[in-house]
Write a protein that binds this ligand. Structure first.
Ligand SMILES: Nc1ncnc2c1ncn2[C@@H]1O[C@H](COP(=O)(O)OP(=O)(O)OP(=O)(O)O)[C@@H](O)[C@H]1O
Ligand SMILES: [Mg+2]
Length: 276
């Protein structure tokens, strides 16, 4: 990001996106995201979360409405400008929902070096960044393995590490904790909590309301009609079971307690203990 002082990192006005064949993915979405915010993007399957993250990453472009990043239009035309692309790509990193579409290097080590190399950092800094990114996700032992031969959770960790090694000001994470074991989820959340604040910004999609509670300063919720149905502080929505049920963010299902089978809302929000 340049030194230019900006009020909003992203500004979307009446943003709409349809896939070929007229499949709607986003409909008239308006919001603005400021530096320092950690935004959780929520919604049922197919609501448009991944599409919105790809738009914010400049991989696809709005069909209607406008989307600005750092005060400039994020459009096909502006992303054809080499200086603009360089500045944007060194400021914004996206971890895809599916690591198979992200990973391409012959080894994990090369994968985590790619972004800092592309950013033109000097050799020792590139190596330091790579080492720290491996350590962060606890995948040093995978360094010489081929990404495409890893387990799905291992691939997800490599995908996260390969974006974190860039240390972008803006981190876009598409369901980052999905498929990670509890230890790795904890490490990721520790890192992200520390990373937030300053002028950094995180936008992450998730189905995990615990992660929202632990990390987010704000939630954006997409409805099944692909419109934005909520925008505000997490507490306002997480404490409203009727709203969560309506938005398909919690569910009521049958389950067994010894010999009794009954049904009620499940949020899967965990209890936790403070040792001090
Ligand atoms: N490449 C594509 N071609 C056509 N339609 C697509 C494509 N990708 C997504 N869609 C459709 O666009 C809509 C939004 O999809 P998107 O992947 O953004 O949802 P999502 O909220 O990320 O869902 P999930 O929770 O399952 O990851 C869905 O109806 C989906 O079927
Ligand atoms: Mg998705």
């Amino acid at each position: 990001m340049s030194d230019r002082r900006i009020d909003s990192i992203f500004e979307a006005v009446d943003l709409s996106y349809d896939y070929p064949g007229g499949v709607p993915a986003l409909s008239n979405v308006t919001f603005s995201i400021r530096p320092g915010e950690t935004v959780a993007l929520l919604g049922a399957n197919g609501a448009g979360k991944s599409t919105l993250l790809k738009l914010l990453d400049g991989l696809i472009f709005p069909h209607n409405g406008t989307l600005n990043a750092f005060g400039l239009a994020l459009s096909e035309e502006s992303m054809n400008n080499p200086d603009r692309v360089l500045e944007f790509r060194s400021s914004v990193g996206l971890v895809f929902q599916d690591p198979d579409v992200q990973l391409f290097s012959p080894t994990v080590w090369e994968e985590v070096l790619f972004a800092p190399l592309q950013a033109g950092l000097e050799r020792q800094e590139v190596i330091n960044r790579g080492e720290q990114a491996l350590e962060l996700m606890g995948i040093e032992h995978l360094r010489n393995r081929a990404p495409y031969l890893l387990s799905s959770g291992e691939k997800k960790k490599v995908a996260i590490s390969s974006v974190l090694s860039l240390r972008p000001d803006v981190l876009l994470l598409d369901e980052p904790s999905a498929g990670l074991d509890p230890f790795s989820q904890g490490k990721l959340i520790d890192f992200l909590v520390e990373w937030t604040g300053n002028d950094h910004c995180i936008v992450f999609s998730t189905q995990d309301l615990d992660m929202v509670e632990e990390l987010a300063t704000r939630v954006l919720i997409l409805g099944q009609d692909h419109t934005l149905i909520a925008d505000g502080p997490p507490d306002r929505f997480l404490s409203d079971p009727d709203f969560l049920l309506e938005a398909n963010l919690v569910h009521a299902h049958s389950h067994r307690h010894k010999n009794l089978v009954h049904s009620h809302i499940h949020t899967h929000r965990h209890s936790h203990r403070h040792d001090s």
